[in-house]
Design a protein around this ligand. Structure first.
Ligand code: HGY
Ligand code: MN
Ligand code: MN
Length: 388
């Protein structure tokens, strides 16, 4: 297999130009830029001699041999140019001239509608009907959105593949701080998420005395403090939780907020600690709402379990890393979630990281040195050669 680093970097930069926003990218699942990118990908897969198709969930496949490589090409609302894209373009470059490899770009890994929706559907973790009912924060459903990208073929039977490898940026500070160029992933954390609504009483911001207010934002502020207190004895320094989306109603300077809708997401490597965190989260939110005289609506929990990487794939990645970048790599867990979590329901999975400059990701400023991208490609190709 003869890699062409210039072609690899050129493809990455062409993809970067679809939905470009300064140094970053905006390609939300099924938005016009995402549709354009996926249709471009399908053409590139076909030009590479792969059996290219887009399935009903918007996953883009380049079918060849039984070793599946890939990631995703949709982005966060303010996405980096490499999150997901690196793994898909590296997979394409490795697949060129290698009959043992297939390629995929999963849809909605960034969770506009669900959480890693495209690979959840393919892996059987989510039915197409349930997926179609998922809605984004503007209440657009997956079912309505996916009409923008007509299917061109059926999703492949997972039985045709024997393993999955995903090359991804670390999205954290570890490799960059250590001056290392590759991470062989040991495990991917589990993730859980709920949506909550605190319901108070909308009122006039000038005439409503403070003691008479049922202020939903004040409840959220108290909830954030109470959660930190409740979770502190349960967590380790690797546990995380985030209130990443907040929508106040009516969200107006002269109105006491009557409603605060927000998401709460938490992650950890241990399933039982995720359970304990969930219990503390639900009881704390219930208590704070009651004490503040606010109503509370809590959604069901969406969950992705912690997943260990396959030992054989890890060994091939370790050997390849040592061959291509002796002494400049490490084994490490993934604090970010990936499609590999869902694919692990079907087959052995492995992951390779390339460093993120400054550990920045999910931000337009996300970046990696080109030399490190090419080193990652070489390690991926070396591991594939050891596995085929
Ligand atoms: O949120 C994540 O971990 C992934 O980057 N979507
Ligand atoms: Mn990603
Ligand atoms: Mn991401």
């Amino acid at each position: 297999m003869r890699l062409d680093p210039d072609r690899f970097l050129a493809d990455l930069k062409t993809l970067r130009g679809i939905g470009a926003a300064g140094p970053g990218v905006v390609r939300r699942a099924f938005d016009p830029a995402d549709v354009t990118a996926r249709q471009w990908l399908a053409r590139r897969f076909a030009e590479a001699g792969l059996d290219a198709r887009i399935d009903a969930a918007g996953n883009v496949w380049g079918l060849g041999g039984p070793l599946l490589l890939g990631s995703h090409t949709d982005t966060q609302p303010e996405g980096g140019w490499l999150d997901g894209a690196l793994g898909v373009i590296a997979a394409l470059e490795v697949a060129r001239g290698n009959p043992g490899v297939s390629v995929v770009s999963f849809q909605d890994e960034e969770g506009r509608f669900g959480a890693t929706t495209g690979s959840e559907i393919w892996s059987g973790a989510l039915t197409p009907e349930a997926a179609d009912a998922l809605a984004d924060l503007d209440r657009l459903t997956f079912g309505a959105a996916r009409r923008a990208l007509p299917a061109t073929g059926a999703a492949p039977d997972p039985a045709r593949f024997r393993a999955y490898l995903e090359h991804h940026i670390e999205q954290g500070p570890v490799l960059d701080a250590a001056g290392e160029v590759a991470g062989v992933v040991t495990a991917i954390v589990g993730l859980r998420q709920i949506e909550a609504v605190l319901c108070g009483r909308q009122n006039h911001a000038g005439t409503t005395p403070m003691r008479l207010r049922a202020d939903a934002f004040r409840g959220l502020s108290e909830a954030d403090r109470a959660l930190r207190e409740a979770l502190a004895p349960l967590v380790t320094s690797a546990s995380v939780w985030t209130i990443g989306h907040v929508a106040l109603h009516p969200n107006a300077p002269s109105a006491v907020p009557g409603r605060a809708r927000f998401t709460l997401q938490w992650r950890d490597a241990e399933a039982d600690r995720l359970d304990r965190m969930e219990h503390a989260i639900r009881t704390t939110l219930t208590r704070v709402a009651a004490e503040a005289g606010l109503g509370l609506e809590l959604s069901a929990t969406s969950a992705l379990p912690p997943v260990a990487m396959d030992p054989t794939l890890r060994a091939a990645l370790r050997d390849a890393a040592e061959a291509q970048a002796p002494g400049r790599w490490r084994e490490m867990p993934s604090g970010a979630l990936h499609d590999a979590t869902n694919v692990s329901r079907l087959m052995p999975v492995g992951m390779l990281f390339s460093p993120s400059i400054g550990g920045i990701s999910h931000d337009f400023a996300e970046d990696t040195a080109e030399a490190d991208l090419v080193t990652g490609l070489s390690i991926l190709a070396d591991a594939v050669a050891r596995l085929t």
